[in-house]
Design a protein around this ligand. Structure first.
Ligand SMILES: [Zn+2]
Length: 439
């Protein structure tokens, strides 16, 4: 019984299955050999590494075997072919020193005989064999790479999925070649334009493309990112192993693709620092332009909220962006309307502001104990009802008269509107009063 006899098998991926070095072939080879030589290897002494590449070796089972050798529990190791154990000359010396010399272990290859040497001549021969194996591995992998490269030059892509907007074509001997049909080019350019020029979050982009059913595919953050970053759209073919520049004419320029990639990960900074009234608000007291200031308050959920302020460096007060916006609510809209219409609306908006202040007043009265709860609530409820009716009226008015409401404009539109219509806004800090001076 060969308690100290072991067998080691290594099988790589598909490539070696093609070579004929499958696990079964190696098993049978070793089995035949040991039967013929009257050797028995216990069931637990077979070590098999499956699906391992010769180049990038992570031989888990072999490492276990190595430990057994280190502990002196092995006498013989049987392998099918020497290249199953030794990839290069360095491996050869490791085996010779650590196995053969140190631990007196015999390494026997079914096909090549014993791997060891006792004199310089034998050492030379072993080195030559190992060098030859190494050469074959390298050549095989270079051949694969060359084949892939040559094939890609013809337009044959070894990629699993066809890029969005492309299709397989039959161009000469390039059966797997892809091309961008003329009717898709416009749609592809649209996506890149949209990503390169519009600033919003990735999810918003996906939602938008899906909402217009662009190119009739289901857009996801994954396929959109893959499309934008795939160099094939600007003409280069790139894989992990090689790059072919200007492989195809390309649907878009490299410049546009780079811009799109840069913009793709735009995180929406714009939303956090939007001073709508920057350089427009003046201090009524000292007539200087108010400066900008921001504070960040950390909320319980860990996210910070940014508060924007305008402050007067001379007088020392500050007023928040939201206050300015609510105080000016409705007042900036009128510029879009006929004057006689604006009069009614102005009154309505002023009443809305008054009601808001009254609600606030009753709230404070109740909180400070100056007003009974029922009384305060009754008044507040009445006021809220008035406010609601007014709001319905103004909303209908905006809608019927096609009024563009300032507070509902985008940041950009607000800025454009202010810069073209408003000379400046005077702010009186004592009375919390805003005066709009139009151009
Ligand atoms: Zn001032």
């Amino acid at each position: 019984m060969g308690i100290k006899d072991f067998a080691y098998i290594r099988c790589s991926t598909t490539k070696q299955v093609k070579d004929g070095n499958t696990i079964e072939v190696q098993l049978k080879g070793i089995q035949d050999y040991i039967t013929k030589n009257n050797i028995e290897i216990p069931h637990g002494n077979w070590y098999i590494d499956g699906a391992q590449s010769a180049k990038n070796l992570n031989r888990r089972e072999f490492k276990k075997l190595e430990n057994i050798v280190k502990n002196g529990d092995a006498e013989r190791i049987f392998i099918y072919k020497r290249d199953r154990l030794i990839r290069d000359v360095q491996d050869l010396y490791t085996i010779q020193n650590n196995f053969v010399v140190d631990k007196r272990v015999k390494v026997i290859s079914v096909k090549d005989g014993e791997i060891a040497w006792h004199n310089a001549n034998e050492e030379f021969m072993q080195v030559v064999y190992s060098a030859k194996d190494k050469l074959e591995i390298t050549q095989a992998s270079e051949r694969t790479l060359d084949n892939l490269y040559m094939s890609a030059l013809k337009g044959n892509y070894t990629i699993a999925s066809i890029p969005i907007g492309a299709r397989r074509c039959k161009r000469g001997d390039a059966k797997k070649a892809i091309e961008f049909p003329d009717e898709n080019v416009k749609d592809i350019v649209f996506v890149f334009d949209y990503i390169a020029d519009v600033k919003c979050s990735l999810q918003e982009r996906v939602d938008y493309l899906n909402s217009i059913q662009h190119m009739a595919i289901k857009w996801t953050t994954h396929n959109l990112t893959r499309m934008i970053t795939n160099p094939i759209y600007s003409g280069d073919f790139v894989t992990k192993r090689y790059k072919i520049e200007n492989h195809t004419p390309g649907v878009i320029t490299k410049e546009k693709q780079n811009r799109a990639i840069k913009n793709l990960y735009y995180k929406g900074q714009r939303n956090t620092y939007q001073y709508v009234f920057k350089d427009i608000i003046h201090c009524d007291t000292c007539d200087t332009i108010l400066d900008q200031q921001s504070t960040k308050k950390r909320k319980r959920n860990g996210k910070g909220k940014i508060y924007l302020y305008y402050y007067c460096p001379a007088c020392g007060y500050r007023v928040s962006e939201s206050t300015v916006l609510s105080e000016l609510e409705g007042r900036l809209d009128r510029r879009f309307m006929l004057q006689e219409h604006g009069k009614f609306l102005k009154e309505a908006v002023e009443r809305k502001t008054r009601i808001k202040r009254l609600i606030n007043f009753y709230n404070q009265m109740y909180v400070s104990g100056k007003l009974e709860f029922e009384l305060a609530v009754g008044e507040i409820e009445k006021l809220k009802q008035d406010y609601k009716e007014l709001k319905i009226w103004t909303d209908k008015y905006y809608k019927d008269n096609d009024v563009i409401v300032f507070s509902r404009m985008s940041y950009r539109a607000k800025r454009i509107y202010l810069e073209s219509h408003v000379k400046y806004i005077k702010y009186n800090a004592k009375n919390l009063k805003f005066d709009i001076i139009y151009k």
